[in-house]
Design a protein around this ligand. Structure first.
Ligand code: PMP
Length: 443
């Protein structure tokens, strides 16, 4: 058995079945530089996956490496959050300022899951309620509480939620009654749904609504423009808090706003973040109105969240994003790729939709004969792109969406290179699907 096959066997033996690996022949990444990674076989790939947004500014960034090395050289990896940690305070000040939330305070955790748990805890304490609203098709993490607010059945088919959760329409347009509706009419229908749920399915004392501005795991599904502004009016009337889960959409990723929710012109009461902020180092957190943050009357904790190593990485990463105006870069490179994919889509009957904002974009695949979601076509597109040297991700309710989130440092040449590979891959998948249809096999 080869070394690679043996590693795969060991993975299957000791890792949970839901830690699924991408590709028929999974990849072991052993190196990274700029926006490319190298696998154990020595193959190099342009990375449009980045662990879905983990390496926000690419690999082996000197500014991040040096900041972490400086912290390591002090001899302190972490002691306790019961001491003053300069890196935490500096990062919290930056995030509070950038958030636009009045009197904002910040708590640092280790992951997005933990960040969302904290936000729910704060909302429940502040509002003295365990009732929460969440979105259909959403994903918020893998803990007990976070799976409870996750509306994607792949994660909730056996969820025993510690919270009393109601799921809203908003990003899920699959139902026939929404077909063909304008964005405006759909947003109106969603607001009516919210009012109806509040009036008929809750005790009226709901703590919060949590939502992703663009649903990540859900396949980069985009709620209609203006939806969250319309929701917010209803929530404000009822005193319900609004939590924006920015784990995928923060830091200028969508190009048009620094936070995903900026695309809707809404300032939430809390935002949760994680992933790319540490450029690979574990970090997550909540930024919230000070009164909400302080609603939790606890004696005090020392946590691993916000440890000096993660803070060094996160401060360096955030400074890099701001100093290089990577939000503008996301808008520029995203426009090239999304525009190019939309233009090419008409040539490919397997493409049902191309969508996205900035450097967060997706191709949805459907069987050209039946129009049904096609996970095999998405898998085939991933394989075809890999063969051509491009890593991409997968998502969507049915696993039929290829979603991509390259580093915000993507260059214009790399954007064109990735676009070219995607179009060539679509050509090959379309040709294969046509050949299968001709021989009577389904795509
Ligand atoms: N929220 C969203 C929107 C996410 O996409 C994810 C992770 N994919 C999480 C929360 C959970 O973050 P983590 O995996 O860091 O716990």
């Amino acid at each position: 058995m080869s070394e690679h096959a043996n590693l795969l066997r060991r993975h299957r033996a000791v890792m949970p079945s839901w830690m699924a690996l991408n590709y028929q022949d999974p990849i072991e990444i052993v190196g990274g530089k700029g926006n490319r990674v190298t696998d154990a076989e020595g193959d190099t790939y342009l990375d449009f996956f980045t662990g879905i947004l983990t390496n926000m500014i690419g690999y082996d960034v000197p500014e991040v490496r040096e900041a972490v090395e400086r912290q390591l050289a002090t001899g302190v990896v972490h002691t306790s959050t019961a001491y003053l940690l300069r890196g935490q305070i500096e990062l919290a000040e930056k995030i509070a300022r950038l958030s636009g939330i009045p009197d904002a305070k910040v708590f640092f955790a280790n992951s997005g899951t933990e960040a969302n748990e904290t936000a729910l805890l704060l909302a429940a304490y502040a509002r003295r309620s365990d009732q929460v609203l969440a979105m259909r098709q959403s994903y918020h993490g893998r803990s007990f509480g976070a799976t409870g607010i996750t509306g994607n059945r792949a994660w909730t088919n056996l969820s025993y939620s510690p919270l009393n959760v109601h799921f809203l329409h908003g990003a899920d347009r699959h139902l026939p009654q929404f077909a063909g509706m304008s964005d405006e009419a759909y947003a109106d229908a969603c607001v009516q749904d919210l009012r109806h749920v509040l009036a008929t399915a809750t005790g009226g004392d709901v703590a919060a609504l949590i939502a992703e501005p663009i649903q990540g795991v859900g396949g980069f599904t985009m709620p209609p423009d203006g939806l969250f502004a319309a929701y917010k009016e209803v929530l404000d009337e009822a005193g319900i808090l609004f939590i924006s889960d920015e784990v995928q959409t923060a830091w200028g990723r969508t190009g048009q706003g620094f936070w995903g929710i900026d695309n809707h012109g809404v300032t939430p009461d809390m935002m949760t973040f994680a992933k790319g902020l540490g450029n690979g180092f574990a970090v997550g957190g909540v930024v919230a109105r000070g009164d909400l943050m302080d609603a939790l009357h606890a004696v005090g904790i020392s946590t691993f969240g916000g440890n000096p190593i993660s803070m060094a990485a996160a401060n360096a990463t955030l400074d890099y994003v701001l100093d290089h105006d990577l939000q503008a870069n996301a808008a520029r490179q995203g426009a090239t790729i999304i525009g190019g994919l939309k233009e090419a889509a008409a040539r490919f009957p397997v493409v049902k939709d191309v969508r996205g904002k900035g450097l967060m974009f997706a191709v949805e695949l459907a069987d050209p004969e039946t129009g049904e979601p096609s996970p095999p076509l998405a898998a085939a597109l991933m394989e075809a792109a890999r063969e051509r040297g491009l890593l991409v991700g997968k998502g969507g309710l049915y696993g039929n969406v290829v979603r991509m989130a390259p580093p915000l440092t993507l260059t214009a040449a790399e954007a064109l290179e990735g676009l070219g590979i995607l179009i060539a891959s679509l050509e090959s998948v379309t040709a294969d699907a046509g050949a299968k249809a001709a021989t009577g096999k389904t795509a």
